[in-house]
Design a protein around this ligand. Structure first.
Ligand SMILES: [Zn+2]
Ligand SMILES: [Zn+2]
Length: 283
């Protein structure tokens, strides 16, 4: 009990320092603070992979590549184009925070109320994951309708072997409907404390970059599920597999070697060696 109180007062103190940093200005904390959280998590999540993709170094990491030898290194023009489009989209996310500030306040999102208890935070994260899956799955399936695909989603699927920064290499409409909406809808629906929303935003940005990286590294979340979507195109539309299971849009995937490899593992030996395919190959 004492330990819990200590952790709580420590977190309260850190959060009050954050508020002080923004001059205890609520709007500035929401708009500038959230933009800084998005930009920082995007840059930090991508920095290492961008270097690896652009230079092909350090070569030590090649063995963890899911689609061997694809985009190692990435063609410079393609890489730069992807960076520009992705940064434009992430800056758009920041602009959306400014526009949606009145809505976030109207639904009860706050940065000055006391931090919520642990049970409430856990409950909210479960809601965020389910809401994210709902909006991402159905918007993504819509984007695969031929009329929308050729005008919008095709840009993202030009990356059959994706790279981390290609997570946000999309048409602006797709970015708003399929990236921004699913991530922000959860905190808005439950009226989260801003601190809880920030941690969720960091996790969501890091995860989506990791899941496009095409590198399945030890200790980290597995990118196999979404990588399979980029290769096969007509399966694995969701973020975590729940609605793909419900709609049976993961039948081929469940029989694949990628499904077996879709785990977080804790050794230096690459997953392709731990689970070679039926022919003993590590592709
Ligand atoms: Zn798609
Ligand atoms: Zn993707």
């Amino acid at each position: 009990m004492e330990h819990t109180l200590f952790v709580r007062s420590f977190l309260e103190l850190q959060w009050s320092n954050v508020l002080k940093f923004f001059g205890n200005d609520e709007k500035l904390t929401f708009v500038l603070g959230t933009s800084m959280v998005i930009l920082t998590s995007f840059c930090v999540a991508n920095a290492f992979f961008m270097f690896l993709d652009f230079t092909g170094m350090p070569a030590f990491f090649h063995k963890y590549k899911i689609q061997k030898d694809k985009n190692v290194p990435v063609e410079t023009r393609r890489f730069l184009y992807c960076c520009v489009v992705s940064f434009r989209n992430v800056l758009t996310s920041c602009g959306m925070i400014y526009l949606f500030y009145p809505l976030m306040r109207a639904v009860g999102m706050s940065c000055t109320s006391p931090l919520p208890p642990a049970w409430r935070v856990l409950f909210e994260y479960v809601v965020f994951i389910l809401v994210d899956e709902f909006f991402f799955y159905y918007s993504h399936r819509l984007l695969h309708l031929p009329a929308l695909y050729k005008h919008i989603h095709k840009i993202h699927h030009e990356w059959v072997a994706p790279i981390s920064i290609a997570a946000f290499c999309t048409h602006p409409v797709e970015h708003l409907v399929s990236n921004v909406l699913p991530i922000f809808a959860g905190p808005v629906l439950v009226g989260s404390h801003l601190c809880v929303a920030w941690v969720w935003l960091i996790m969501a940005h890091v995860d989506t970059c990791l899941h496009h990286s095409n590198y399945h590294l030890p200790l980290l979340s597995s990118p196999q599920f979404h990588d399979y979507h980029h290769v096969k195109f007509n399966e694995n539309f969701g973020a975590n597999g729940l609605l793909d299971w419900f709609h049976k849009t993961d039948v081929g995937y469940k029989k694949s070697i990628q499904y077996k490899r879709h785990v977080t593992y804790y050794q230096l030996k690459p997953i392709t060696e731990i689970f070679p395919d039926d022919n003993g190959k590590q592709n």
